[in-house]
Design a protein around this ligand. Structure first.
Ligand code: SAM
Length: 230
């Protein structure tokens, strides 16, 4: 059986590229965005009652990772990219039907717009469905996952003084917690786990409309070098 699906909305998020997006929701509570609902779901009736809910499940399309040929095995970055696992044992973006799912915090509800935080979705991600989180059913006591039991350890993030000043100013301009966003995303160590970069190698990512650059002064340390308007 085949069945076509149509997005109910599109996420406008802080993440303008895939690099440095946390690998799961909630790892960066400062990662915010708006889910813009599409007709006919942009009417007040479609979100009636949702203001009583703190979190929602988003079912979405990994629209920048869609593939024609299904993979049976994938190499999750979390495992360093050198160990393969069955696709159904992972939350990899490379999967049949390209469907992702994330529980995110629902900050505010308006007709046609849901304000969200704790996102791990790229800007422009098409959302296929939205469901309320149901604590008694979705929180599973005693659940076990021996592949990814705990959140990855956070790396301390240091700042060059002018970079911190610039992030503070841009955060005020954007009315967004930009300093926290940078710290929470970089603390996940976005670079591939197998890379041991020399201190002179610079990495960069765009968050909202600013470009953030950092380096690794030594393994296990991150220092933000500059934050500039794109
Ligand atoms: N929480 C979801 C899940 O379990 O289905 C996503 C997990 S997936 C490992 C998270 C990664 O998906 C992010 O780090 C980001 O790079 C990538 N991603 C997010 N939105 C995407 C999109 N629309 N297309 C392709 N990749 C995306």
């Amino acid at each position: 059986m085949s069945h076509s699906v149509t997005p109910v909305g599109v996420v406008r998020s802080c993440f303008k590229e895939k690099f440095a997006i946390p690998r799961q929701p909630h790892l960066a509570p400062a990662a915010r965005g708006v889910l813009e609902l599409l007709p006919p779901f942009d009417q007040a009736g479609a979100v009636d009652g949702l203001e009583q809910v703190s979190h929602v499940w988003l079912l979405f399309l990994f629209h920048q990772a869609l593939e024609d040929t299904p993979r049976l095995k994938v190499r999750p970055p979390r495992l360093g990219g050198n160990r393969s696992l069955g696709v159904f044992a992972t939350r990899s973006t490379h999967r049949p039907n390209g469907i992702g799912q994330s529980v995110v915090r629902l900050e505010r509800v308006e007709p046609g717009r849901l304000w969200l935080s704790g996102l791990d979705l790229l800007d422009g991600t098409p959302v296929l469905d939205i469901k309320p989180y149901v604590p008694y059913a979705d929180r599973v006591e005693g659940a076990v996952n021996r592949i990814g039991a705990d959140a990855p350890p956070a790396i301390p993030v240091e700042w060059d003084g002018p970079a911190l000043d610039a992030a503070t100013v841009h955060g005020q301009r954007l009315a967004e917690p930009l300093v926290a966003l940078v710290e929470q995303c970089l603390a996940q160590d976005p670079k591939p786990a197998y890379q041991v970069p020399p201190p002179e190698r610079r990495y960069g990512v765009r968050l909202w409309d600013v470009d953030v650059h950092w380096h690794y002064p030594e393994p296990g340390r991150i220092r933000v070098l500059d934050v500039v308007r794109a």
